[in-house]
Design a protein around this ligand. Sequence first.
Ligand SMILES: C[S@@+](CC[C@H](N)C(=O)[O-])C[C@H]1O[C@@H](n2cnc3c(N)ncnc32)[C@H](O)[C@@H]1O
Length: 243
Amino acid sequence: MGRIICCGLGPGNPDLMSVRADREVRAAKHVAYFRKKGRPGQARRIVEGMLAKDVCEYPMEYPVTTEIAFDNPEYVRLLAGFYDEWAERLARLARAVDIVVLCEGDPYFYGSFMHLHARLQGRVEIEVIAGIPGMAGCWNSVGLPIALGDDVMTVLMGTLPENELERRVRNSDALVIMKTGRNLKKVRRALAAAGRLGEAWLIERGTMPGERVARLNEVDETECPYFAIVLVHGQGRRMEAAE
Ligand SMILES: C[S@@+](CC[C@H](N)C(=O)[O-])C[C@H]1O[C@@H](n2cnc3c(N)ncnc32)[C@H](O)[C@@H]1O
């Protein structure tokens, strides 16, 4: 029996990959990774120049990404079928060989591999190698402490409804807002309504080529890539301990 080894690759700069992931990627004979149709795929881009000459590659191309709304039943059906099919293919392959699955950031942190992980439980041995999550690369690029003392930090998805974003923003000290891309205008309105827009940073392609770090209220909101995160830094709140 082979194994499935999911390698967390870190936020984008290959230098920020763990020693263990680096070793597995270089030794791999079979490598699978997600990508949008017609694109190289972010995880694959991170390992460019690291793969063995005779490696077999398995690009797992999403049937849809942004063409249909993610809460549309058709989107849900297509994605479920796609994950079922790849879980089956990888399980079959892993009967004979080890397969390395590439994953940007940390696989257990909103990683697409988790859809396969759930489907492969009990069928094949799976190892997951931790990676530095994208948000850590992003706050490192800003160069300020994200949370200190008793700060409460909340991680939000830009896909949440605007009123929910605003409610959560009001109740947190430090904030990480992921999946900002197409949701940037909504995220900005929610931050403004909660009085935090002036403190927010936008980090596009953190640690990757073309990285941009800017104050959110100074950027043009019409264009925002998929790899973008909004950060609001905590101020190092101190709570008095209750008697
Ligand atoms: C499906 S989640 C995957 C998260 C990943 N597993 C991790 O640990 O960061 C994708 C979202 O993560 C964020 N992201 C991940 N890496 C990033 C980076 N280097 N720069 C900016 N945003 C990033 C973006 O908000 C993007 O929409």
